[in-house]
Design a protein around this ligand. Sequence first.
Ligand code: NAP
Length: 281
Amino acid sequence: MSFRRACVIGHPVAHSRSPLIHKHWLNELHIDGDYLRHDVPPDQIAAFLRNFSASGFVGANVTVPHKEAAFRALNQADPVATHLKAANTLWLENGDLHGMNTDVYGFLAHLDESAPDWNQRDNAAVVLGAGGAARAIVYALKERGIPKIHVVNRTVPRAEAIAAEFGKNVVASGWGDLPKRLREASLLVNATSLGMTGQPPLEIDVKPLPSTATVYDIVYVPLETALLAAARKRGLRTVDGLGMLLHQAVPGFEKWFGVRPQVSGTLRAVLLQDLGAKARA
Ligand code: NAP
C-alpha cells in the first residue's frame, strides 16, 4: 500500500490525543503512513470539506465543533451519523466523501469489555448531560433495548429535546430529580463536561444507586474522576472514559489503512503516560 495520511480536524485541535493513538497503530502494524492534527476554523470548514479530495488526506477524524458540519458535507453517511446528524470519521471512496459516527460504537465497545453483564438487569439508565456525547449515548442505550433512559441536564429543554427525538422510554429531568432517578438505575453515565480538568466539579451523591449499578464517566482528564472515586468507594463497578476514546478510533483506522487495529494494554499505557505527563505539567 502506498503512503497514506489521515488527520483530526477541529478547532482548537492541539489537545487531541488521536495522533497518539493512530501513530501507535501505524508503528505497531508497520504501515507506511502518518496522522496529523489539522486546525480548521469554523468559517473555513465548509470549504475545507468541499475540497477534501484535494487535501492529500485519505480521511479524517472530526472533533468539536465540526461534527455537524462534517455530516452536512457527506455524500454518504452511515445510519448512526444519519440519525445523530453528526459525523466523527470521514473517508474518501471514488472521490466521494463518506462518513460515520463511531462514538456510539466506542461507548458500547468499552462498556461491554469493562462490564460484560451490564445489560442483564431490567433497570433504567441515567445519562447526565444533553450535549453531543449524551445524544450518542442515548442512541447506544436505545439500540441495546434499555427499557427506560433518564436524561438529566442543567438546561432541561435540551434534555426534553432528546426525549422528544428518541421516543417515549426516554425521559427528561432536571438535577433536582436525580436522587429519585438514581434509585432505579443500573447504569449511570456522566456525559457532561463536569469533573473534567479546568471545569467545575461534578457534585452528586451516588448513595441512592443500587449496589449492583455500574458507573461510567466518559470524561478522561483526569482518568479517575471524583464520580468514579466515589462510586468505587461505595463498591460499585466503574468504567472510565479512556476506553471509549480508544475504541471509537478503530473503525476509522481500518477504513484509511486497511487493517483493523487492537485496543491493547500497551496502547492504553501510552495514553495513560501522556495523560499523566500532562497532569504533572
Ligand atoms: P457539549 O455538547 O458541550 O455538552 C456539555 C454538557 O455538559 C451539557 O449537557 C451541559 O449542560 C453540561 N454542562 C457543562 N457545564 C455545566 C455546568 N457548569 N453545570 C451543569 N452542566 C454543565 O459537550 P459533549 O461533546 O457532549 O462532551 C461532554 C463531555 O464528554 C466532555 O467532557 C468531553 O470531553 C467528553 N467526551 C468524551 C468522549 C470519550 O471518548 N471519552 C467522547 C466525547 C465526549 P447544558 O446543556 O445545561 O449547557
